[in-house]
Design a protein around this ligand. Sequence first.
Ligand code: PLP
Length: 443
Amino acid sequence: MDIHVSQDFPGPKAQAILAQAHRYEPHSMSEQVPVVWKKADGVYVEDVDGNVFLDFTSGVLVVNAGHSHPRIVEAIRDQSSQVINCYDFANEYRSSLAKKLVEITPANLDKAFLLSTGGEATEAAMKMARRYTGKQTILSFTGAFHGRTYGAMSAGGKHSGASTKGFGPFLPMVSHAYFPYCYRCLFGKEYPGCRCACLQSLDMVLETQTEGNVACVITETYQGGAGSILPPREWMLGLEAWCKDHDALLIIDEVQASFGRTGKLFGFEHHGIQPHLLCLGKGISSSVPLSAVVGESRIMDCLEPGTLSSTHGGNPLCARAGLANIDVILEEKLPQNAASMGEILASGFQSMKNELEILGDVRGQGLVWGLEIVKDKTSKEPNPGAAKSVVHAACRKGLLMIAPIGMYGNVLRIAPPLVIDRERIEQGLDLLRDAFRSVVYTD
Ligand code: PLP
């Protein structure tokens, strides 16, 4: 496929479908650019009018193995002709996938429970933590995102945001400590000089908002929704030590950060920490809905039969897609590719940052990056309008990006499929640079 966007984009077919969606669907979804997807292959997306885009979204960080990878498509095709759903009766592929997940994660994680969505996985992990420890408090962080169901939303760290405001009251006994957003440090400090002084907020929250009965701490290894915010390694190590000291389980939510996205198979590997419960989703299948909690059997086995299951969780179709996907990711060395392609992105973004006053911060790992758009570098005032304009301008040039994210809606999210090569990374950087220039010099 070759990138091509017609002058009359969005074309006639797209316009008709968008009008239908506007009439019959609620307006609750994100405001994406008007690309009506028809098919996608590898790193390209084609819309219903034949426009072709280079994909810097991976769906929403789902298709790590690339769109419609032939081995995953074949697994889905073959399985769909045999059996698709069997509730929680045993099936070969569910237990094989559980085994595979145990094999590729740290040795302390020796059981895996399969579900369909990331939110279900984080909910299940928090339930397991309360049941196992007999304690109630769930400690999460400012800016966190763990899903949109009530428990997951309660653990989320921005209750005034459009996706949570007006939905309260939230789950009781969920508290939030400060997550290190170093570009906007609340304490006005700089890393490494600060030596992660913000870790002290854990003790402060413990003392002021809880009765000390912390069942678990839940965190992402980088905060995706908050704007691709990466904590220092020192902070992660400090957090792990804090959990040990307080006899609290550490739940790592890698629904977004896993399966090679950050340049390692799992994001926590960058930090050398070990979760007690690990939540996975998105890139676990590169396709159909699938998620998992991988954990220690001492925790998981405290749940008696009937405690947790789900209609679609671990169905043979999704489980088989997951197995094929993991083989692809490992055999094609996609984490390694993400790491080396990420270096090209890093230097491209750095030179854009040097050139552009509105590009305040650039941060990322492997093939997930956040570009924080501001009014100017001195004030750091968030500039969500310009971020949106860049996404639209890029789209017209053939580069597909998700609507801006972040605490202030001003962060461009860059997340191509992990099969991308150097030529297409450089092409994407050129298109993005053009989009920035068209916004900055016509503002
Ligand atoms: N946890 C994290 C870190 C996520 O990024 C997401 C989704 O973006 C979720 C949980 C929720 O996943 P889902 O939308 O599949 O429920």
